[in-house]
Design a protein around this ligand. Structure first.
Ligand code: PGA
Length: 260
């Protein structure tokens, strides 16, 4: 894992955007894995700025989102389809038929999940997957004890995640119990992973992910098995890492040819 400790979320998001822009310039038909939540918002704002001011072109790329709430349709204000439309897709030039998000209203969820996996394969696999991390160490909606080999499927949210996400709903009771999420195995199949984490509330999960054992109790710890992972943190999110000094040293001395 490459751990990059930045002064603030804006700097981390610019690093992530630079990485994605370099990928898109090299491979215009790249497949991007996208995430929702508060964390990727500054990244999405930076991608929109690059599109508008620097002509970064998304017309040939394809996107797959990590997850969606079961029972919420595209028009529901808290659906991830709606979130993505408002915060990213409305401002970029991705063809609508290149955008894939699990369907929270799918009648046959196992069949829908299998088709989602197949669509990723048919698109050529995900080149770069954006990730946040839950305070409990989840990635996507793979809650603690999720199989490290899991594929896209139905999951039940923990009480903590439902509480964390209640801010996006009119009342806490409206947060669905069920979601469709890419599995940990699905995420590990992406060619590169970019995980963003900001704020002290993420510090413990970040430390467990980077420096703890690989365990289903911390789903993000599975990223230790992936060869190309960038973890972009602000100072508070990095505050519980024991080897902070080493990570800073690595970044400060990174050879020019490894930069993007
Ligand atoms: P957040 O969620 O970005 O809203 O903190 C992250 C996550 O739950 O994966």
């Amino acid at each position: 894992m490459e751990i990059i400790i930045t002064p603030d979320p804006a700097s981390a998001s610019k690093e992530a955007a630079r990485f994605l822009a370099a990928l898109l310039r090299k491979k215009p038909h790249a497949v991007l894995g996208l995430a929702t939540g508060g964390t990727p918002l500054p990244l999405y704002r930076e991608l929109i700025r690059m599109h508008r001011q620097e002509g970064l072109d998304f017309s040939r790329c394809t996107t797959f989102n990590l997850d969606e709430y079961v029972g919420l349709g595209a028009e529901h204000p808290a659906s991830y389809r709606r979130f993505m439309q408002e915060h990213l897709f409305a401002s970029l030039n991705i063809p609508p038929d290149h955008i894939r998000i699990p369907d929270g209203l799918a009648a046959d969820i196992p069949a829908h999940c299998a088709a989602y996996e197949q669509a990723i394969v048919e698109a050529g696999g995900i080149d770069a997957q954006i990730l946040g991390i839950g305070g409990d160490g989840h990635i996507g909606f793979n809650e603690p004890t999720s199989s490290l080999g899991s594929r896209t499927r139905l999951k039940t949210l923990t009480v903590r995640t439902r509480e964390d996400n209640a801010r996006f709903f009119a009342s806490p009771g409206e947060v669905p119990h069920h979601v469709i999420t890419m599995g940990i195995g699905t995420i590990l199949d992406a060619r590169s992973l970019v995980l963003l984490a900001f704020g002290a509330a993420k510090a413990e999960a970040v430390a467990a992910m980077v420096e703890g054992p690989i365990t289903a109790m911390v789903p993000a710890s599975a990223l230790q098995m992936h060869p190309v992972v960038k973890v972009l943190l602000d100072e508070p999110a990095a505050s519980k890492l024991k080897r902070r000094g080493y990570y800073r040293d690595v970044f400060a001395h990174k050879p020019e040819w490894q930069r993007w």
